[in-house]
Structure formats: structure tokens, C-alpha cells
Ligand binder design. Structure first.
Ligand code: ZN
Ligand code: MN
Length: 445
């Protein structure tokens, strides 16, 4: 390879707090009628003052802790100034030089089918507010743009990496782990279809052997699918390679991903941080934490994926392979543990339960753990009865119970249950009564 890709990533994660970041409006805007969840604060009306959402800040710090960041005990909010119709105030409240969290990392696999790991450094995790939403529509034959401010002011956490990714695979690995982390923390639904996670890779190419970062960087904005990010990165690598091969340097710019065109398209020439005229928001005092407050938040962290994985292996003697699958989603791991608890009373092993879940023998969104246990019990019973053993026992029972057989032939069909009982008594373990009944009926008929 003549060039090595240098890839960084910014991810916006929407928190699922009850209320918005700086006002008391509901943050649960999905599917609500436009402009019904608004107030003077999130509409940017004159004189309205923001009050930070303490829960959102706690959750931002918990994300930082889970991503192994240092937490800044002195922090503040800044104004990021720019004009866009979906930004009512003319600025976004964000964090500039004192984010809540810095210097963390996520470990990813370097390549598919490899155990080699790579640390992706996380530069910062900061808190900000979401914008409104523009809707472009044709009404009465006229193209119009409509604005819905329901999303304006919803808490967003931005996670920014160093340019440590070498390829699209590592980016996908990172995104899955980040999504998992916020779901384990229960601070975001991280639902891609609903726009809970928005992804912005930046990509440039470096001539192999050259030191230092390339002189340009292309950012691809607002992608809402892991698959599209991978595609955008791959097409961007090709596009930049062609430009470099022709002796030019790609423009430093912001591009968008067009799924219909299957490529990235230019949006605007990239602005610098100083274009935004960041300055401390005079409406919000600086925020300070004591070490005690941070360690309290740390102790409130739930069990995260890594710990759960290790515990399941140890406690239930699972293989790494099984535990890895079971802990991909917290809901699946919880389901497994509940099913094991129920299963103990029915002598169902954790391995049997793991297999049933991994082989999708149950729909965990519909079937209760107890239903799964019942299924395992039934299916394992049926397989435990050897067909020829069963036939031999039936022979003996029918011989020893001539009177009952006679009654059955004379129409007293209820006697079948007595015969089923006689057969089942001959087996040490409990066996499937339905199977026995059917076998008996076909013999008698
Ligand atoms: Zn509001
Ligand atoms: Mn941002």
C-alpha cells in the first residue's frame, strides 16, 4: 500500500434524560407533534436563562469514566457561535477547552479474525445541546423548509477520538463497543434509526513512510448507520488516493454521505475552531467537582461488559465464545442470568440455557426466561428416551395389563392415562408423557 489511512471519529450520543439540557421541556421528542415540546429557553427567546441538567452532567461523566477518561474537576460551558435556522439562539451551548472528560480509550480488534488488539485513544468527552430539525417538503407544489424545535436543547454527549483508526473495520468495532457502553450504562437508547447516535469520521491519507499528520483532513458529517460509516470511509480513501495520485492534495472540507449516489459529496470548505468564536457562556457559572463526588459517581457505575463477561465465565463455567455472544447486549445477558436462576430448580444447566439462547431457540423479546427453561426441559426429555427402550417397556406394560387393554378396546379410552403412568414408572428420569401417550396409542390402534 502506497498510502496509510488516518481516521478519527466524532460521535454524538443523545442522552435519554426526562428533560432537556437547559430547560424543563421533555426530551422524549420522537414521534411527537412538531413544536409541542418547547419553551422560551429552547426557543432562544430574549431573557430566557439556561439551567444545566444535573442528571445529564452525571451521565456524561459516567460515560467518561466507563471510557477510562480523566475527569476534570473544573469545567465550564462555552458558546459555539454560528448561524443556521435550526439553531434558535445563534449559538450552541457546548464545551470548548474544559470538557468534563479527557484522555480515555476503547480497545478494538485490529483485524477481523484476529485477537490482536489496538487502543483507540479518546481525546475528550463533552456535553452540549442538540439543535432543532429542518424538514424539507413540497407543500402545494412549493418547496418549503419547516423547523421543528422539539429536539432543540436535548442533551448530547460528544465523544472525540484521536486519529488512531487504520481502517473501516476498526471504526465499526469501536462504534459497537461505544454503543454497548452507553446501553450498559443505561444513559442512551443508542438507537441508530431514531438518530440517537450520529457519526462523523474524518479521513486523510499519509504516504507510507512519511512522518507527521497529513496537511488536510476531510470530515464526513452526520451519518446514522455503522454500515454507511464503513462505506463512506472506504469510498473516501479511494477518492483521496486518486487525487493524490494525480499530484494534487485533497481539499480540507466537510462532505456528506449520499446513500443513493454511494459516495461522499462536498458540503462546505471546513471551518476552523476560531471561526466559531468560542467563549465561556456568561449565563452558566463554571462547574466544579470534588474528588469525592467523582469517586461516588464511579462507585455508581453498573457492571460493564468486560466485567460481566469475566463474571459469567467464572460463575457459570461458560466458554469465552458463549459469554462473548451473551454479553453483546445487556438485555440478553440479564435474560440468561434470570433463566439460569429459574433453571436451577429444574436441573437445567447454564450451558443448556446458553445454547438455547445462542441458537435462537427462544425469542427473548417475547418468551419469559421460565418459558425457555420449560422448553429446554421438554426437549431434553424427548431426546433422552430411546425409541427401542420405550417400545420394549410398552410391550411389557401391555402384557401385564390385559384388563386395561381390553377396556380400551371396548371404548373406555380414559384408561390410556393409567397405561401412560405404568410406562413412565419404568423409567428412572421423568420422561415426556405426550411422547409415551402417542407411542401407546399407535400400538393399541
Ligand atoms: Zn424548553
Ligand atoms: Mn458537537
Amino acid at each position: 500500500m502506497k498510502y496509510s489511512p488516518i481516521i478519527g471519529l466524532e460521535v454524538h450520543v443523545e442522552l435519554k434524560t426526562k428533560s432537556k439540557m437547559f430547560c424543563r421541556c421533555s426530551a422524549d421528542y420522537f414521534g411527537q407533534s412538531p413544536n409541542t415540546l418547547t419553551c422560551p429557553v429552547c426557543l432562544g427567546l430574549p431573557g430566557a436563562l439556561p439551567v444545566p441538567n444535573a442528571k445529564a452532567i452525571d451521565w456524561c461523566i459516567m460515560i467518561g469514566l466507563a471510557l477510562k477518561c480523566q475527569i476534570n474537576t473544573e469545567s465550564k460551558f462555552d458558546r459555539k457561535n454560528y448561524f443556521y435556522p435550526d439553531l434558535a439562539k445563534g449559538y450552541q451551548i457546548s464545551q470548548y477547552d474544559q470538557p468534563f472528560c479527557e484522555n480515555g480509550y476503547i480497545e478494538v480488534r485490529k483485524e477481523p479474525n484476529s485477537d490482536k488488539k489496538k487502543k483507540i485513544r479518546i481525546r475528550r468527552v463533552h456535553m452540549e445541546e442538540d439543535t432543532g430539525k429542518l424538514i424539507h417538503e413540497a407543500i402545494g407544489g412549493e418547496n418549503v423548509s419547516l423547523i421543528d424545535f422539539n429536539r432543540s436543547g436535548v442533551p448530547l454527549v460528544e465523544v472525540v477520538t484521536e486519529p488512531d483508526f487504520e481502517n473501516a473495520f476498526q471504526v465499526t468495532e469501536y462504534l459497537q463497543e461505544l454503543q454497548r457502553t452507553v446501553r450498559y450504562l443505561d444513559v442512551s437508547n443508542a438507537n441508530m434509526e431514531k438518530g440517537d447516535m450520529r457519526l462523523e469520521p474524518n479521513i486523510s491519507l499519509q504516504k507510507t513512510g512519511e512522518k507527521g499528520l497529513p496537511k488536510y483532513k476531510v470530515e464526513v458529517k452526520n451519518i446514522n448507520s455503522f454500515r454507511f460509516v464503513a462505506k463512506a470511509i472506504e469510498t473516501e480513501i479511494k477518492r483521496q488516493e486518486e487525487i493524490l495520485e494525480s499530484g494534487n492534495i485533497p481539499l480540507q472540507e466537510t462532505r456528506g454521505w449520499s446513500e443513493t449516489k454511494g459516495t461522499t459529496v462536498s458540503q462546505r470548505i471546513k471551518e476552523e475552531a476560531n471561526d466559531y468564536r468560542y467563549f465561556p457562556d456568561p449565563d452558566i457559572p463554571p462547574i466544579k467537582f470534588t474528588d469525592k463526588q467523582i469517586s461516588t459517581l464511579k462507585s455508581c457505575l453498573p457492571e460493564l461488559r468486560e466485567e460481566k463477561l469475566a463474571r459469567l465465565i467464572k460463575l457459570f463455567a461458560l466458554s469465552y465464545y458463549d459469554a462473548e455472544i451473551l454479553t453483546r447486549e445487556k438485555s440478553v445477558a440479564d435474560y440468561f442470568e434470570e433463566a439460569v436462576r429459574v433453571g436451577i430448580q429444574h436441573k437445567v444447566t447454564s450451558k443448556q440455557i446458553a445454547n438455547a439462547i445462542i441458537n435462537k431457540k427462544v425469542d427473548i423479546d417475547k418468551d419469559l426466561p421460565a418459558t425457555l427453561v420449560k422448553q429446554v426441559v421438554t426437549s431434553s426429555l424427548v431426546t433422552q428416551v430411546d425409541e427401542s427402550d420405550l417400545q420394549k417397556v410398552i410391550d411389557t406394560v401391555l402384557k401385564e395389563n390385559q384388563k386395561a387393554v381390553e377396556d380400551f378396546k371396548n371404548g373406555k379410552e380414559s384408561v390410556i392415562m393409567y397405561l401412560v403412568g405404568q410406562v413412565m414408572r419404568q423409567f428412572k428420569q421423568k420422561i415426556d408423557a405426550m411422547k409415551v401417550k402417542n407411542a401407546l396409542l399407535s400400538r393399541l390402534k
